[in-house]
Design a protein around this ligand. Structure first.
Ligand code: DER
Length: 224
């Protein structure tokens, strides 16, 4: 299977939902980058789009394509966001954060009227959890959070870059937490929300309306 082709197909399908004058959320990760490139083509063809980026990397790619990137605090809602995921189920439960942008991705998703997730077919799972759950933590609290994750049977590892802790665009750390297969993602999300110091966790629940999955040389659209 050609997962890069599947990512491209999903991105091209998702961008069809974008209309001129929309405020568009730009996701982060290799799949979302295909969508940003497609949005760049719309702009080149005269579409008027204002974009909110979920990472500095997405913002830089968008700017290089002459997409007008604006401050998220200048808008009170976003029409369409196109973002990727690390795992998703047919019940629209998903794990995000592999790309390290989960805090901004979650705020953007919360502000978005139509959140479209695009993914290659390797991301679809029956049960979440093969992929560790990224947890974005304020550095002041990271050892405390590690201990609290252990209390709820999560084995946390601080994400490293070279030989120091990876820093998100927010200046936070990421702990990748292994809970094994997650039988009740909603219950786990509630527990993670209770831990002081957690800025965001990668269980995205109730934030997505449409998933477009590339499958060989076509796409499959899941609608809530
Ligand atoms: O960080 C994220 O949630 C991204 O969407 C990401 O994990 C998906 O990355 P990929 O499109 O490169 O697989």
């Amino acid at each position: 299977k050609d997962f890069e082709k599947e990512k491209m197909l999903a991105a091209q399908e998702a961008v069809k939902f974008i209309e001129s004058d929309m405020i568009v959320g730009l996701g982060t990760g290799s799949t979302a980058f295909y969508a940003i490139n497609e949005i760049g083509k719309l702009v080149k063809n005269g579409f008027k789009i204002k974009a909110v980026a979920t990472s500095n990397e997405s913002a830089a790619l968008a700017a290089s394509l002459n997409i007008d990137v604006i401050d998220i605090n200048a808008v009170d809602s976003i029409d369409i966001t196109i973002d990727g995921a690390d795992e998703f189920t047919s019940e629209f439960l998903m794990i995000k954060g592999g790309g390290g942008a989960l805090f901004r991705e979650k705020v953007v998703a919360a502000m978005t009227k139509k959140e479209i997730i695009i993914a290659d077919s390797s991301k679809k799972v029956a049960v979440l959890g093969k992929f560790k759950v990224p947890v974005e933590v304020v550095p002041f609290a990271y050892q405390y959070v590690l201990r609290q994750l252990a209390v709820i049977n999560g084995k946390g590892t601080v994400r490293m870059k070279n030989d120091t802790q990876y820093l998100t665009d927010q200046g936070n750390f990421i702990i990748d937490a292994d809970f094994g297969l997650i039988s009740d993602p909603k219950a786990l999300a509630a527990k993670l929300n209770e831990i002081e110091g957690v800025a965001a966790h990668g269980l995205f629940i109730g934030l997505t309306h449409t998933i477009i999955m590339g499958e060989r040389d076509t796409t499959i659209i899941f609608k809530k």
